[in-house]
Design a protein around this ligand. Structure first.
Ligand code: TIU
Length: 224
């Protein structure tokens, strides 16, 4: 049994206090489909190289979390191979020539089991680390994430990954409504749009921390 202790991380809008034994590192959608050419991110018209600066800080945080024996959870956005869980509106939105389920250079786009759907090698899950397959943007909707967190006594989340304003923001909002305190390290989350990166983080920490706290990985590592 891990001993309980409270650590404080310098954060905005004020220090984030958490007990590491009851805090999970939740890494959102660091998949090849979002970070490598030829996947879902590029299909949407984005320059995917913009997200790659998040890899190194995530690697360091993940290594520290693992070394300390703390809970790590990964998520992947994607769909069943028969696409029965794909909302028709998600399939056709964007009106691009290729869409979810079509074959690209990394296999069928955003489909479970395909190469592009998998997590990038730099942050690959270790045995024993739960991987949540989610059909939506939020990690709680239509998944067993809440049950897993409850069974492990998790009360706080460090939320990292991509993209800041889409799956990270949606997940932080879902987590906040379920009673979890969320800290987002700004260097460990990325957006295809610099202005959305800035505003996505501002939206979390505004109004006294309406959805959570924002800090950076160096401050979390210093506090651990
Ligand atoms: N993981 C995630 O954020 N899914 C997206 O579709 N993000 C975009 O920014 N498009």
């Amino acid at each position: 049994m891990m001993t309980s202790r409270t650590v404080a991380v310098e954060a905005e809008p004020y220090p984030f206090e958490f007990d590491p034994a009851h805090t999970a590192l939740l890494i959102i959608d660091m998949q090849r489909d979002f970070l490598e050419p030829g996947g879902f991110g590029e299909m949407l018209g984005n320059d995917v190289s913009q997200l790659r600066s998040t890899i190194e800080p995530n690697k360091k945080l993940l290594a520290a979390w693992r070394d300390a024996g703390l809970t790590v959870i990964h998520t992947r956005e994607g769909h069943r191979s028969d696409l029965t869980d794909l909302p028709p509106c998600k399939k056709i939105r964007g009106r691009s020539p290729a869409s979810i389920g079509d074959t690209g250079p990394m296999g069928r786009i955003l489909v479970r089991g395909e190469a592009g759907h998998d997590i990038i090698p730099e942050l690959y899950p270790k045995p024993g680390e739960p991987v949540i397959d989610k059909p939506g943007k939020g990690a709680f909707w239509a998944t067993d994430l809440h049950s897993i967190l409850q069974h492990r006594g998790i009360k706080s989340l460090i939320v990292t990954g991509v993209t800041t304003e889409v799956c990270v923001n949606t997940t932080v909002r879902e987590a906040n409504d379920r009673g979890y305190d969320c800290l987002v390290p700004s260097d460990c989350v990325g957006s295809y749009f610099p202005e959305f990166q800035e505003m996505g983080l501002k939206m979390i920490k505004a109004q006294g921390g309406i959805f959570g706290w924002v800090s950076d990985s160096a401050k979390i590592l210093a506090a651990l």
